[in-house]
Write a protein that binds this ligand. Sequence first.
Ligand code: NAP
Length: 372
Amino acid sequence: MKQVGIIGWRGMVGSVLLQRMVQENDFHNITAHFYSTSSVGAPGPVIDGVSYTLKDAYSINALADMDIIITCQGGDYTKSIYPELIAHGWKGYWIDAASALRMDERACIILDPVNRENIDRAITNGIKLFVGGNCSITLSLMGLAGLIKADLIEWMSVMTYQSASGAGAKYVRELIAQSAYISHHLSADELTSSGSVLPLVNKVSELINSSGMPVQSFGAPLMGSIIPWIDTDLGDGNSREEWKGEAETNKILGLAPGTIPVNGLCIRVGVIRCHSAAITLKLKREVSETEFAQLVVDSHPWVNYVPNNKEESISRLTPAHISGSLQVGIGRYKKMALNNEPIYSVLTVGDQLLWGAAEPLRRMLNILLNRI
Ligand code: NAP
């Protein structure tokens, strides 16, 4: 059996990865080793009755024994360890959730329902670096796979509404702590009073901006607010998260850079889990809602078309409904009133910890186990 090292297993992505691997019996097909950057030698997870002891994620010798490494540890870890491991002569396969190496020419971005042919070609060509895509892009492409396969997209403007857990474990804890902080300062009388609501609104607004509000991780309140910047400032008006939109979309699809222009704004919202994206699509021709729905549902089994009406949209096309599900929702499809051009709006909602992160990694592991 292949020796598989798992790093970052207790983080936000890693814990969902483990949950999915257990659900799908993936551990029956590998000899697993768990690593830590912070608790070497401590007890790790217990899986199928087997207790694992944590190995040192910074030990090149300990890592070099692995045939395959899956890491959900983060970009800084990847940037420091991967080059050392390669310099050490390691010939194994590296599967990564972090963005650090996505645009590296040695890397294939993995999203097999959309680009399985690219993945197979990469393995045949000796590529050993496989990286999960940006969560928002991945989920949008999962929703739009049918239109991509039909070569119908001319350009896209993608406005994202990204959840707190997309930033990692300590960030989602902070959002919940912000909520708890506000609740803690409100009395039952204030919540149920039948008088003017303005005193309550004013008090909560003051609490949101007060010094007691926990904002150490995000740097700004998210509960009752939005944060209109994700990742670093590229200095040209774009965040790095926004830049990834076009760069990764084209790379995932195996297209030359800029073939499908993608632009937009990436916004952090006070959602626990699931990223949404309101997408404006310029199509190459008119596509009716019936044809759109057919293209979407025929593309792969992990997408749900939600008809563009209020009842179904508010019940089936929300993070609250989709959280924890492998189904990506797509709906609100309508033609925009812009010069009668084939420009449409659409909303995708998907669990960024599943198809946006963990699922492509565990599927890549299984693709490799069947090929090498
Ligand atoms: P995370 O929750 O911050 O976890 C990363 C590591 O932080 C853990 O493996 C753990 O490493 C350490 N850690 C320290 N304190 C922790 C705590 N209290 N709870 C859990 N872990 C703690 O990061 P993540 O969101 O999983 O992201 C990992 C990588 O995946 C990043 O590169 C990210 O950009 C990428 N990614 C994330 C998402 C997402 O939705 N979150 C989606 C796509 C890609 P040790 O056990 O070694 O200490």
